[in-house]
Design a protein around this ligand. Structure first.
Ligand code: NAD
Length: 352
């Protein structure tokens, strides 16, 4: 296949995109952009052949540019993605897809209108737990999955206090939209993306109120949510930037199926079955293995093969609808129900 010419906008997390694209024989990074001139200079010295700019609009008119990765603060995901899609470029967009489902839907519509690939960087699917469990799920190892309990909680893990991460107008929210979004996608993907029917959520900022006094911060520091799906399955999600806990981070999943369950705890994975009713369950310790395909290679392959990428715009929109509904439920103290229409919710929630 002919190598694709790639641009990367936002050069912190974006550097992983640069590295993974350049590690592929099917892509070259030909442009890099960051509004921070110092950072841009530093990256540009490592990649002297790439065009370097502080304003991404300079990249819109590059005829030889095929695709971009957008790794900017969350409030810029929708406008920048839409600008590149209008300029005829495929987009790999960082998570969360957008600030809310309304923005996410407009990104999806723009990609469809222009016949372009829009993929979300839900990279946990490609990491060891996702890559190890999904083939087992697809082979029917767990039977029907009826409940997932998943967490991504940090102790004192505020990303750069005082930065855009803690300002709702720029981030869309706290750990729910930042960390929970990964676990939500992973859980739904393993469950086969069942249609959500209702969401109940509660958000807190108890520790932030004490620890971040005087810092510009208006997000939750802890979020808990319960989601019901049309097929009767359910999912519990907890995410935090701060919580009293032993470890710096607790990344866990308990996935219950009719034939077996999977337990993930900070990269350890076991599959457990007690189907025979024995006193001792049948326990298998798995060696988690990362996907051989990076998210960037998956994006390239999807463009070349004209296939819908795994972490699709459609999945991104569903995740944003659930996130919106959790924020709305937490705000009102009431459950939010979705209508029969695929993805459309009764309240048309727009939390930011
Ligand atoms: N998938 C993951 O595992 C993962 C991990 C970290 C971050 N992220 C996501 O990546 C995105 C970026 O996060 P980050 O941690 O790199 O943030 P960051 O604030 O550390 O870096 C953002 C970069 O974008 C630049 N920037 C800001 N506004 C710009 C503009 N208008 N034009 C050009 N450059 C601009 C900044 O100078 C900075 O270098 C966020 O959406 C975040 O959620 C994803």
């Amino acid at each position: 296949m002919e190598a694709l010419n790639i641009g990367v906008i936002g050069l912190r997390k974006g550097m992983q995109h640069v590295q993974n694209f350049n590690a592929s024989p099917d892509a070259n990074t030909i442009a890099v952009c960051d509004s921070n001139a110092e950072k841009l200079k530093q990256v540009s010295s490592e990649y002297p052949d790439a065009l370097a700019c502080t304003d991404y609009k300079e990249m819109l008119g590059m005829a030889d540019l095929d695709a971009v990765a957008v790794a900017l603060p969350n409030h810029l995901h929708a406008p920048v993605t839409i600008d590149f899609l209008r300029a005829g470029k495929h987009v790999l967009c960082e998570k969360p897809m957008a600030m809310n489902a309304v923005e996410a839907e407009s990104m999806k519509t723009e990609a469809e209108k222009n016949g372009l690939t829009l993929m979300l960087h839900f990279n946990m699917r490609f990491m060891s737990i996702g890559a190890t469990l999904k083939p087992l799920v697809d082979r029917g190892r767990f039977g029907n999955i009826y409940h997932v309990n998943t967490t991504y909680t940090r102790r004192n893990g505020y990303p750069h206090p005082g930065s855009w991460f803690g300002k709702k107008e720029e981030s869309g929210g706290g750990p729910l939209i930042d960390l929970g979004v990964h676990r939500l996608d992973l859980g739904l993907w393993l469950m086969g993306y069942p249609r959500p029917v209702s969401v109940s959520g509660a958000n807190y900022a108890c520790l932030a109120e004490k620890k971040l006094a005087g810092v510009d911060f208006d997000c939750e520091d802890f979020s808990a949510a319960f989601i019901r799906f049309e097929n009767g399955a359910s999912l519990y999600l907890a995410s935090s930037w701060d919580a009293h806990q032993e470890t710096a981070a607790e990344v866990t999943m308990k996935m219950y199926g009719t034939d077996a369950a999977a337990f993930e705890h900070n990269m350890n994975l076991t599959v457990c079955s007690s189907i025979g009713g024995e006193e001792e369950p049948d326990i298998e310790h798995l060696t988690p293995k990362e996907s051989e395909e990076t998210p960037q290679q998956h994006f390239i392959n999807s463009i070349h093969n004209r296939t819908t990428p795994g972490p699709s715009a459609e999945h991104g929109v569903i995740i944003m609808r659930i996130i919106d509904a959790i924020y709305e439920s937490a705000r009102t103290g009431r459950e939010v129900c979705f209508s029969e229409e695929e993805g459309e919710d009764k309240n048309s929630v727009k939390h930011v």
